[in-house]
Structure formats: C-alpha cells, structure tokens
Design a protein around this ligand. Sequence first.
Ligand code: FAD
Length: 372
Amino acid sequence: MRHRIAVVGAGPAGLTFARVLHRHDYPIAVLERDPAPDVRPQGGTLDLHEGLGQLALEKAGLLTAFQALSRPEGQAMRILDTDGTVLRDWQPRPDERANPEIDRGQLRDLLLGPLDVQWGRGVTQVVPATRDGVLVQFDDGREETFDLAVGADGAWSRIRPTVSPVTPHYTGISSVETSLNDVDARHADLARLVGNGSLAVYGVNRALVAQRNSGGHVKVYAQFRAPLDWHANLDLTDVEAVRSSLLALFDGWAAPALELLRHGTAFVHRPLHVLPVSHTWTHVPGVTLLGDAAHLMPPLGAGANLAMLEGAELAESIARDPADLDQAVRAFEEQMWARANSWAKITTSGLERLVSPDPRQALALFDQVQPS
Ligand SMILES: Cc1cc2nc3c(=O)[nH]c(=O)nc-3n(C[C@H](O)[C@H](O)[C@H](O)COP(=O)(O)OP(=O)(O)OC[C@H]3O[C@@H](n4cnc5c(N)ncnc54)[C@H](O)[C@@H]3O)c2cc1C
C-alpha cells in the first residue's frame, strides 16, 4: 500500500525524511520554496553527533559517504578571554568521531542524491480532512491533495498553524554572522588562531565564535544581548555601518577577536528566536511537523541533528507499518516530543550561559560538556 505523502521543505529534516523513504522504495513529493538548489548560500558548518545526525545518515545509507566528506579535526575548540589569553585549547584525538563537522552545502548535496525535489513550490497552507485528503495550497494558486503532509519548513513554518497556534519568540539575544574567505592565504594569523575547528571568546553579555568551514572559509558569529530593535538606527545593508556598530559593541576586546570583525566580508543579522521548550500539539490526522518547524531551539549544535533523526525515524516508521499511517505518525510524534523537550532544555540553558552577564558560566559549560 502506497500513501500519497508530501514533505514541505528541503532542509536537513525534509531531505532526510525523503531519502530514507526513497531507500525503502516509497514515493514522496518534496516541495521546496527555493526556485533552484543553488539560489542562496547554504550557511556555515554543522557538527553531526553520533547517535543523532550520524544515526540518521546511517538509516539513509549515507554514513560512509559522510565520513569521507566530514572534518573530524573540526571538533577542535579554543577559548580565549576578552584580553586574548587562551583559556582552553581542546584538540580531538585522531580517531575521535563523536561530532565531526560538515559544510551545510555538502550535507545538502549528499542528501539530495537521487531525489527529485520540486523546486519553486512555496506552500502557503495546508487544510486537513478534506474529502480527498489533506489539501496543500501553493503560492502560485495551485492545490494538491495528499494522505500526509509533513511540515519540514523551518522556523517560520506555514504548516505549523494547522496543528498549533504557537509562534517563535525572541530570546533577547541577537547574532550577526560574517565570513572570511581564503583565510590561510589572506589572514594567516587569524587562520592559525581559529585553527582547524572553532574559536570562542566570551565576555559580559557578548560572545564571538569563529568556525572553520572547508575551502579556507571561516564563519564568524557575533552574539549579544540586545532588544529586538537594537538596529533601529542602523542600515543593515550598509556593510561598513554594521561593522562599525559591531566594533563599538565589542569595544575593549583584544585585537584578534576584533580582527575577525574587521575582515568580515558581509554581515547577516539573525535575531535568535525559539519555540517554547515543551511545544507539543493535539494530533491532527494527515499533518505533522519535523525539525525547526516542530521545536525551534537555540543554535547550539542540536537542531539539524534532531531534524535529521526525526526525518529518518518518521520515514522508517511509515515504511515499517504502511497499513496504519496515522498510528505510525502518532507514535513518531510522541517519541519526537520527548527527545526534543530534553534538548530544548539543554540548549536554552546553554545559550543563557554562553551569552551571560558572567563569562565564567560559558567556560564552566565547556568544561562540563568537554572535559579534557
Ligand atoms: C548560525 C546557526 C548555526 C547552527 N549550527 C548548528 C549545528 O552546528 N548543529 C546543528 O545540529 N544545528 C545547528 N543549527 C540549527 C540548524 O540549522 C537547524 O536546526 C536546522 O537547519 C533545521 O532543519 P530543518 O530542515 O528543520 O529546517 P531548515 O533548515 O530551516 O529548512 C527548511 C526548508 O524549508 C523551506 N521552506 C520554508 N518555507 C517553505 C514553504 N512555505 N514552502 C516550501 N518550502 C519552504 C526552506 O527554504 C528550507 O529549505 C544552527 C543554526 C544556526 C542559525
């Protein structure tokens, strides 16, 4: 028995779901709003954990391919104080495979593989329980019906309102992202400072994190406590104005940290929003959510991992018991909520400690999760 299943969103959640169903020869429509796969940069690097993202890739038959692409050396972590003193310098053992890094673009290409994604198909809403199933409505006015519509469409999901009235709220912490290209040749000192993995500097209510991506690329995240409208008098498209504003925010920090901002090529503002820690909903037959659409949480290394494992588990659960689609989805939701709830607690308290009035909290958190 083959149900008509659609997944909305070709991010880590939607693609892993589709890829595992594809492995079970189960047909699936992948509906993605982006008009083409290369229409926007995919963003920085992701660490995929054993037992979460790596388990999902195993279920998709992609673990070996991931191991060939990923960067175990990217697990290295150096922490500085705002004077530039090195407080921690953690290097992974050569055989350490707990959380290797992979560029988002590489992961996306790996997951895409043979999938036939329908690009340029933005969904506006879904209507459950129509005579012919779940009605999916598109932004070009077209409509299609399915037996199951899976919302894997991220933080600002258009599917979520069908099951839950809850919307994301601002954490009180904003992030501005910038990048350095060709870092080994053009900024050799900064390249050495960042090393093969991540560099973090924690100050009072501020943090600066730099992460090496592949191809000599470094992403820098400046995070700080501020009201949502902190940029009211700033033109966010004016690169030099944003740079000056960040340099003023991080004034007094030692040169290496500030150099990362001075050499950044463009700036992207990302206010950090989250869903409530224990977000669940009353089951709606024919509709469910995966990943950030279900449980948006602070970006502390869990979101993509959970999104992928959920995608893999829902797919396996449907393939295992195709006769009772609704029961497969219900059982999956219970499992997802329990795990996401505990990670939402961990990441919420983690963010409070990493961007904290007391920077010693950040160091204590590192020592707790990464004892040397
Ligand atoms: C700076 C930063 C760093 C992070 N680092 C990590 C990390 O190291 N490890 C980790 O596990 N997590 C990390 N995360 C979190 C992670 O990025 C997310 O949790 C993850 O991307 C969620 O995947 P998803 O598939 O649920 O949603 P998304 O990745 O948001 O994908 C949603 C997809 O749906 C599409 N879409 C949206 N709306 C529609 C629509 N209406 N119709 C059709 N398609 C639509 C989008 O175009 C997109 O392709 C980080 C997040 C940030 C911001």
